[in-house]
Design a binder for this molecule. Structure first.
Ligand SMILES: *[C@@H]1O[C@H](CO)[C@@H](O)[C@H](O)[C@H]1NC(C)=O
Ligand SMILES: *[C@@H]1O[C@H](CO)[C@@H](O)[C@H](O)[C@H]1NC(C)=O
Ligand SMILES: *[C@@H]1O[C@H](CO)[C@@H](O)[C@H](O)[C@H]1NC(C)=O
Ligand SMILES: *[C@@H]1O[C@H](CO)[C@@H](O)[C@H](O)[C@H]1NC(C)=O
Ligand SMILES: *[C@@H]1O[C@H](CO)[C@@H](O)[C@H](O)[C@H]1NC(C)=O
Ligand SMILES: *[C@@H]1O[C@H](CO)[C@@H](O)[C@H](O)[C@H]1NC(C)=O
Ligand SMILES: *[C@@H]1O[C@H](CO)[C@@H](O)[C@H](O)[C@H]1NC(C)=O
Length: 921
């Protein structure tokens, strides 16, 4: 196997003053450090350092042999054999063929080219610094045929001192022979063989087609850009080859020179795995080897950048050859290449690029030796790399510690949106956010951001019972890769810390009340206090009879015993064990977090407790003189006796559905009423004992239970003052009624009685023990009397009505007096004057009504009245109440406050016979 002698390359740097046409340019006298030059194979090679050219504008000119600068651009490059590009590191690289248009060629051995590098800080290249670089390269000996597959051109140069005409008749270039008849004398001509036919052209015309053809002392060469009309693409062992097939012709007097100047270069052949780049080039290119059996591959070498790699395996590259392919494998990430960050469709990722070259020398009969060089910049497809957010937040330090990574060094963080506030890195620093670039050992980097929990841009939410959720919303803005593409990466970090101190409450008791002192911090914002289903506020407190006071840190709730909302845990003759609960609810969700309770024991003798389930506990205290036997007190149903009693106290417990309890509606309440009484037994002179009608001791027990909103409307018959709104517990009331002297306590209601009389003399009442009967056509005479009133008070009737059953709220009812006025619609009721007599000591303590009911379908009648005394009216009236009843009525219904102003009495029944009027007496 023949080994090709290494080409001798020299760099000759000549520092010379360059004559320049423009006076404005400054010239460098010395070699600036940022330019590197080399002779590489059959090329000039120059590199301009990326760091120097940063933020500068650069223009590269070639000085032609007559000293005129020519700009290297897209058109000139492929035609003249120049490649101006960037290497993977971003350095500007110029490669120029030794056979380039402006190269001075000395005997095909020494080549020189002068390059001007102009650098300006302005885009329009004003005031440039000009660095002039003459390069000289020696290259010898040339192979008989040298082919270069560059990035932007293909070049073939062949030795012309050897007549190289194959005797293979089938060779396409032989088909140029007929053309030889017309070959111009001493003029080079080209015949292109393409699928569309043959094209003959003189050299100057070939230039117009984009080709460059010339001869040197001993060689002719053809340079072709890729994709000309005469080029064709074909597959060789799966690799696409671009081929320009041509024959060069020259005729001298006795010589006709035909040279095969066909050039063929691979245009693909790369493939990628996750780890490797695989580049395949056909081992033998049929269009370049006419007599294939004579083909012998001699030497294959590879390189990266401008560096030949002598021992690829050492660097984990592989260079393999079999009959069909030369295969180069490059691990993605090899040091000679470079990763680059980029953004594709909003996704962050990387590519890996490397510039590889392959040099293959082979021999065949026709050419003896061919040197075939392919220079191949390879870039992998986009490989997505989604950055990760690492959360090193430490609840102890109350600092979000967030790291975004991993990035290549070509990524910079430019801004972060924290919450809704975009901040540049500089602003972030001013605002106290710490942003650091943290390099990794592998030369990559992360961005770490620290934001305190208590920063205004951190969202916080009160969660669970005693925790705060701190929530950091981030949106990073990064500048990615050499092109500075913008990439956004959002991150949501949260941290839950148990840093909420729940309010605390202290409960205590005194003889009459229960107290809760609750700490106030964040109350209202985070929490609310609830009594039952009502928020605790001054309104609720007032309505429920609590006292709510507050200082800077605490509020104190005082709940008197028997107030609404108290839970009676144990009620007995001796004591009451009561509890009061206050719920601490989360303001946002109304979830109950805690229940503050205070439990107290009261030595209370007199009380009514109305339980939610309808049970009523009553402790009654004797208040009579002479003393009565409390053991003999009873409820309405005489069978209901005290559960426990002492000399002074009786304790009853009963259900509202039993013991003769009656029910009525009053405002927003259901009112259950019972009575504890002591029936005085008197021994008659003869006959069995009778029970007198008037008890010595009467205690009315009332339990008010709130009713539902919807019921209230239909149940609002008349307007007593509204009792406090309440929870499911009812609230109780006791009203003592006694005819006996020695009452120790003020009465709660008026003591009024009513009676029905047989005629207008109001002398004979219908008996209470006998059955009272009347006729429907006969009037009924009703008298209402105030008992135990002082002489000067006057009794007023507020409302009187008639029903068929005894209950206060029984229906149907017929109104007789409404708000003090006769219900005059049918004229069936009139006030009747009261005259003083033996029975009537104070006429102002009486009211009388005459009631006609001829058409009413009643069988049985009860008459009900509610009454008021004049002392409760702002303008005490005189005379008959029915006169000027409306104007005289000074009392606003809702201003009735004191129960001792009002009374209620019912009388009946009286049975009504509906018979003909002819029976009238
Ligand atoms: C061929 O090369 C010579 C010598 O370098 C040059 O003067 C001439 O212009 C070139 N011809 C073309 C067509 O490039
Ligand atoms: C080659 O690959 C091996 C195994 O992956 C690795 O350990 C070694 O560092 C690589 N050598 C070079 C020069 O990259
Ligand atoms: C040569 O190697 C390539 C790549 O491994 C393979 O595709 C091809 O089949 C091989 N050719 C021969 C003749 O073994
Ligand atoms: C943030 O997290 C990193 C990685 O764990 C750590 O090295 C650094 O000290 C943390 N910063 C603070 C302020 O705790
Ligand atoms: C928060 O509540 C949990 C469970 O109720 C309790 O274990 C913890 O001690 C509380 N922490 C604080 C700071 O109050
Ligand atoms: C991040 O910011 C960019 C630019 O303002 C915006 O288009 C994108 O929707 C933001 N992403 C998120 C998750 O908010
Ligand atoms: C981040 O770290 C904190 C503290 O360790 C932790 O509570 C939280 O769940 C973590 N995760 C996210 C997604 O924020």
């Amino acid at each position: 196997m023949e080994v090709i002698k290494k080409q001798l390359c020299r760099i000759l740097l000549v520092f010379s003053l360059l004559q320049s046409g423009t006076g404005r340019t400054r010239q460098a006298l010395a070699s600036p450090g940022f330019i590197q030059t080399a002779c590489f194979s059959n090329m000039f090679w120059m590199k301009l350092d990326e760091s120097f050219l940063k933020n500068k504008f650069c223009r590269i000119e070639i000085i032609n042999p007559s000293g005129i600068p020519v700009l290297v651009d897209k058109e000139l490059g492929p035609r003249c054999g120049y490649v101006l590009s960037k290497d993977v590191w971003g350095n500007t690289v110029l490669r120029a063929s030794l056979l380039g248009c402006h190269v001075t060629n000395e005997r095909d051995e020494i080549f020189s080219l002068t390059i001007n590098v102009k650098v300006s800080t302005f885009e329009d290249m004003r005031a440039p610094e000009v660095y002039s670089y003459p390069m000289r390269c020696a290259y010898y000996p040339w192979a008989p045929r040298e082919i270069v597959c560059e990035e932007n051109y293909m070049e073939v140069s062949v030795k012309t001192d050897i007549p190289v005409i194959s005797d293979d008749e089938t060779a396409p270039w032989m088909s140029a022979l007929p053309e030889t008849q017309k070959v111009a004398y001493q003029v080079w001509q080209l015949v292109f063989h393409s699928p569309s036919g043959r094209k003959t052209t003189v050299v100057s015309d070939a230039g117009k087609l984009g080709y460059s053809f010339n001869n040197t002392l001993s060689r002719v060469f053809l340079r072709s850009p890729y994709g000309t009309n005469e080029s064709e693409y074909s597959l060789v062992n799966g690799v696409t080859m671009s081929t320009v097939s041509s024959t060069s012709m020259y005729k001298q007097r006795w010589l006709l020179l035909l040279i095969d100047t066909t050039v063929s270069c691979p245009v693909d052949g790369t493939s990628f795995t996750d780890a490797d780049i695989i580049w395949m080039v056909p081992t033998m290119i049929p269009r370049l080897v006419l007599q294939q059996p004579t083909f012998t591959s001699l030497n294959i070498s590879m390189g990266v950048g401008e560096k030949r790699i002598e021992d690829p395996e050492k660097l984990n590259y592989t260079l393999e050859r079999n009959l069909t392919h030369i295969v180069i494998t490059i691990p993605i990430g090899a040091d000679d290449g470079r990763f680059e960050s980029t953004v594709s469709n909003g996704v962050h990722g990387i590519t890996y690029s490397i510039n590889v070259f392959l040099e293959h020398t082979w021999s065949d009969t026709d050419w003896k030796l061919t040197k075939y060089t392919v220079i191949k910049p390879i870039t992998t497809p986009f490989m997505p790399r989604i950055p990760t957010v690492v959360n090193d937040t430490d609840p102890q330090t109350r600092l979000f510690n967030v790291t975004l990574g991993v990035f290549l060094p070509d990524v910079t963080l430019v801004a972060v949106t924290i919450g809704d506030m975009p901040v540049s890195l500089k602003e972030a620093e001013q605002k106290g956010y710490k942003i650091t670039d943290t390099p990794t050992s592998s030369g990559k980097k992360n961005f770490r951001l620290e934001v305190p929990f208590d920063d205004p841009n951190v969202l916080r939410e009160y969660v669970n019972k005693n925790e705060t959720k701190y929530y950091l919303r981030l949106n990073y803005t990064l500048n990615v890769g050499p092109k500075g593409k913008v990439y956004h990466h959002p991150a949501d970090i949260e941290c839950i810390v148990a840093d909420v101190v729940l309010p605390e409450a202290i409960g205590y008791c005194d003889k009459k009340s229960m107290y809760l002192a609750i700490s106030m911090k964040d109350m209202g914002q985070l929490w609310r206090l609830y009594v039952g289903n009502k928020p605790l506020d001054p309104g609720t407190a007032l309505a429920n009879g609590y006292l709510l006071t507050a200082n800077a840190t605490h509020q104190v709730l005082q709940v008197p015993l028997f107030a609404v909302g108290i839970i009676y845990e144990e009620v007995s003759l001796e004591r009451i064990q009561a509890r009061f609960d206050l719920a601490l609810k989360k303001a946002r969700t109304m979830e109950t977090l805690e229940t503050f309770s205070v439990r107290c024991h009261f030595l209370s003798h007199e009380f009514v407790v109305c339980y939610p389930n309808g049970t009523v506990s009553v402790s009654a205290v004797m208040k009579t003189l002479p003393v009565i036997d409390m053991g003999k007190t009873r409820l309405k149903d005489q069978a209901c006796q005290p559960r426990e009693f002492t000399k002074e106290q009786a304790f009853f417990q009963f259900h509202v559905s039993a013991c003769g309890t009656s029910l009525r509606f009053e405002g927003e309440h259901l009112v259950y009423e019972n009575e504890i009484s002591f029936e005085k037994e008197s021994l008659p002179v003869q006959g069995p004992p009778v029970i007198t009608r008037d008890p010595e001791y009467r205690l009315t027990i009332l339990c008010y239970y709130p009713i539902k909103e919807t019921l209230i409307q239909s149940a609002m018959f008349y307007g007593f003052s509204s009792p406090p709104t309440a929870s499911t517990y009812g609230y109780g009331k006791m009203i003592i009624r006694s005819n006996v002297a020695g009452l120790r306590r003020a009465r709660q209601t008026l003591n009024i009685i009513s009676n029905m009389f047989k005629d207008k003399s109001f002398a004979a009442a219908y008996g209470t023990h006998s059955v009272a009967v009347t006729y429907s056509w006969r009037p009924v005479f009703l008298e209402v009397e105030l008992k135990d009133g002082s002489p000067d008070v006057e009794l007023y009737l507020d409302n009187c009505w008639m029903t068929e059953t005894e209950g206060f709220s029984s229906l149907p009812r017929w109104n007789l007096i409404t708000d003090g006025c006769e219900n005059s619609s049918d004229g069936t009721v009139t006030f009747y004057p009261v005259i003083k007599n033996d029975r009537v000591k104070y006429p102002n303590h009486f009211k009388r009504l005459v009631i006609q009911m001829p058409t009413l379908p009643l069988r049985k009648v009860y008459l009900h009245c509610t009454a008021t005394v004049s002392t409760c009216l702002r303008v005490p009236g005189n005379g008959f109440r029915h006169k000027q009843c409306t104007s005289e009525r000074p009392l606003d219904q809702h201003s009735v406050v004191h129960p001792a102003c009002q009374g209620y009495a019912v009388t009946g029944p009286i049975f009504v016979l509906h018979s003909a009027k002819s029976e009238q007496q």
